[in-house]
Design a protein around this ligand. Structure first.
Ligand SMILES: [Zn+2]
Length: 157
């Protein structure tokens, strides 16, 4: 057997290396984020992700996937600020160049528009962040216990 044949035989029998894989089903990142953006369960895509405004359900009603692990924390507001900030600032600058309006008129238009658009986008963005965490098996979504320090094996202090 030549070295090339041995390498071919070895390569054919090896599974692709997936870091952090626990042998569970695949969790495609893009699909999970899109399902979260649609405020649907990242696991099945059918169950509702939120029970109330910005309040995720503890578990999916359709597939039973636990959602209480999520720790989206401050990331959704940061993402909303980046998106809405750029859109509102760009819109303000464009209307300021085209129309001759007083600062009060700009304030009357852009302040409510910015607040409203932020309120409309924060929940889908939070869903997307939860979908991201679910896909990457973060914060207990991979089945590991949250109260155990992975470095020491003992309880968190
Ligand atoms: Zn589900």
């Amino acid at each position: 057997m030549t070295v090339r044949e041995a390498a071919k035989e070895t390569a054919g029998s090896q599974k692709p290396v997936r870091y952090g894989d626990t042998g569970d089903a695949e969790r495609p990142l893009g699909r999970s984020i899109i399902r979260g953006l649609r405020c649907r369960c990242p696991s099945c895509g059918n169950g509702r992700l939120f029970g109330a405004f910005l309040k995720p359900v503890d578990a999916c009603a359709k597939c039973g996937a636990d959602m209480h692990h999520h720790r989206s924390d401050d990331l959704p507001p940061y993402i909303v600020i980046v998106i809405i900030g750029h859109v509102a600032l760009g819109g303000f600058m464009m209307t300021d160049m085209v129309f001759d309006m007083s600062p009060w008129a700009h304030l009357a238009i852009w302040a409510p528009l910015t607040v409203l658009s932020a309120l409309l986008t924060i929940q889908p963005v939070k869903g997307g962040v939860i979908g991201l965490q679910w896909a990457l098996r973060m914060h207990g979504f991979g089945g590991e216990r949250e109260d155990i320090d992975p470095g020491r094996g003992g309880p968190l202090e």
